[in-house]
Ligand binder design. Sequence first.
Ligand code: NAG
Ligand code: NAG
Ligand code: NAG
Ligand code: NAG
Length: 384
Amino acid sequence: MASIVFFLALAAGVATGEPSLPPPSRACDIPAIYNFGDSNSDTGGIAAAFYPPGSPSGETFFKRPAGRGSDGRLIIDFIAEKLGLSYLSAYLDSIKADYTHGANFATGGSTIRRINESWFANDVSPFSLDIQVEQFNQFKDRTTYLYKKAENESQRRNLPRPEDFAKAIYTIDIGQNDIAYCFRTLGVEASRAAIPDIVNQFATAVQQLYGKGARAFWIHNTGPIGCLPITYAKIHNPPKGYLDKIGCVTGHNAIATEFNKQLKAKVIQLRSYFPRAVLIYVDMYSAKYELIANAKDQGFDKWSTICCGYHDSDEDVYCGNQGKINGTEVFAGSCKDPTKVISWDGVHYTEAANNWIATRITNGSFSDPPFSIATTCPDDISVS
Ligand SMILES: *[C@@H]1O[C@H](CO)[C@@H](O)[C@H](O)[C@H]1NC(C)=O
Ligand SMILES: *[C@@H]1O[C@H](CO)[C@@H](O)[C@H](O)[C@H]1NC(C)=O
Ligand SMILES: *[C@@H]1O[C@H](CO)[C@@H](O)[C@H](O)[C@H]1NC(C)=O
Ligand SMILES: *[C@@H]1O[C@H](CO)[C@@H](O)[C@H](O)[C@H]1NC(C)=O
């Protein structure tokens, strides 16, 4: 009962713009994670659907390529560890997947909106957020049917318990590729105009998940896309003001910041529509920027270092590939010590950076309201 009162008070506080209440002191039992997003949280989806990444990805932790764009664990893997759950199997993975504690619908290259490009042209995933939600709907319906029909534990193996959907945490990390698409097709300044539509389609996805029984949402905003080392590697003699004081592209970060501002406003609006849901907005941008801006102090090389891959103004050999740089044939393998580098491949983060970020975001210090992941509990678990 106490938690219901707390929750209503929280919802009211948010709706009237009052400061958030302190986080609840009691952690709940979160039995499952359902994750939606792009490569930042893809644990094997796009690899199962298309081509698996090769070595040296996965080398630090999994000791083999593990369908992730990193040398090891992603933030979503650290979140799973934090909640005492196994790493998420990708929904698209038909080999030895285990969905007992959730599923991962994220795929590398995913966008919120359906965009007019393809995997074959620009590495854009066909599994946009609306499709991921469709896949979740199918997942929930079919696993529930199979679970209920099962006659013994053996037949229920690897299936989630139907009652866990309402107690699960729904994590979402997506938006960066929508912004990148806008830069490619519209230019940086015109991209601003597309943001309301992107944010509205994000809200539609949350609404549909809510309609399917999701009650606890953990929503990451988008990172500082202006601080991608692969972009930085191609900039020479930038005009004054093009880069900020640490070397990130000012205009790109301004668009990411505007997206985040509108996303946060939308999340606050969704709280008033769905008073029975808890929606946590996580300021990933600030966590990542803090790491990038203080790389040295945090024990890392300068932020623009790329661990795996060769990139300069007009030549690229992507991580794990063979190619020519300065007329010499090279294989883009791993750097000596990935634990000292923030960027794995110029776009994605190393396991060490992911761990740094995950440690800070999971305890609630970047959350609004300041809930830790373990206290992001659905209030009313009687929904089905
Ligand atoms: C894709 O193309 C269609 C038809 O031209 C257009 O209506 C739609 O807005 C485009 N989508 C995006 C995200 O640009
Ligand atoms: C579970 O039930 C199925 C269907 O009745 C049966 O074929 C199977 O042997 C059972 N497995 C166990 C471990 O009891
Ligand atoms: C290629 O040549 C440039 C200019 O001499 C140099 O800065 C760069 O490090 C070289 N790249 C590699 C991979 O050797
Ligand atoms: C969260 O963890 C970080 C890093 O360990 C620490 O600096 C911060 O004070 C913690 N915040 C809270 C609210 O516990």
